[in-house]
Design a protein around this ligand. Structure first.
Ligand code: SAM
Length: 214
């Protein structure tokens, strides 16, 4: 993933945002050391943003699409109240095993429930409402995830969609590959959907922040 925000600016922003917990740091460092695509972890700045959004909407229920080794799920769990819950979807058993190992070491881990299998199948089985829905899995399905997320979203909830700048590839016409085309289609659909208001925030690789239009 190409870094869109200059490294020094990203580091400065991190230093002036709420710090990551010791457990998140340990999980991130092991992911960086041992996983093939460690750059998939959202990292401290986006993690702080996810926590802030969770608290701002007073979330009790969070749905995550794309857990990987569990960094963002752990951020959500830390931000949720004691009786809050996060359901997180993943297909890869190796990364899920690592996530389970970390979730088992902290009390907030009890708020996290992992659903293995294709996220669209899982989403069909779930009942809303969810206060925060974070979409961060296969880009090709982003529009499908968005559509189902709208069904599951609480009236005052927020949908957050990651990597919507896709290292800047979204600027290219024609799109160089299917993932870029899917993200371009999602961004256009959301920004012209009268049911929602959205802002594309340029944190890290771009996050769409979406709420229902009143
Ligand atoms: C970008 S990573 C998620 C990063 C994670 N949010 C974090 O901060 O560490 C995307 C994850 O989605 C998973 N994934 C891909 N396709 C999926 C699908 N159809 N259903 C569920 N998970 C999927 C991948 O295995 C991968 O672990």
């Amino acid at each position: 993933m190409e870094q869109l925000v200059p490294t020094e600016i990203e580091a400065y922003a991190e230093r002036h945002s709420m710090p990551e917990s010791a457990m998140c740091r340990a999980l991130r460092e092991e992911t960086l050391r041992t996983m093939e695509y460690p750059q998939m972890v959202v990292g401290p700045l986006e993690g702080a943003f996810l926590k802030m959004m969770t608290r701002l909407v007073g979330a009790k229920r969070v749905l995550e699409i794309g857990m990987f080794t569990g960094y963002s799920a752990l951020c959500f769990a830390e931000a949720l109240p004691d009786d809050g819950e996060i359901i997180t979807c993943e297909v890869n058993e190796q990364s899920a095993a690592m996530a389970r190992r970390y979730f088992g070491q902290v009390p907030v881990g009890k708020k996290i429930s992992i659903r293995m299998g294709p996220a669209l199948d899982t989403m069909r089985t779930l009942t809303g409402p969810f206060d925060v829905i974070f979409i961060d899995a296969d880009k090709i399905n982003y529009l499908n995830y968005y559509r189902r997320a709208l069904d599951l979203l609480a009236p005052n909830g927020v949908i957050l969609i990651d990597n919507v700048l896709w290292s800047g590839e979204v600027l290219k016409q024609p799109p160089p590959d299917d993932s870029t085309a899917a993200i371009q289609e999602l961004n256009l659909t959301v920004s012209t959907d009268p049911r929602v208001s959205a802002v594309l925030v340029t944190i890290r690789d771009g996050i769409l922040v979406i709420r229902r239009t009143r």
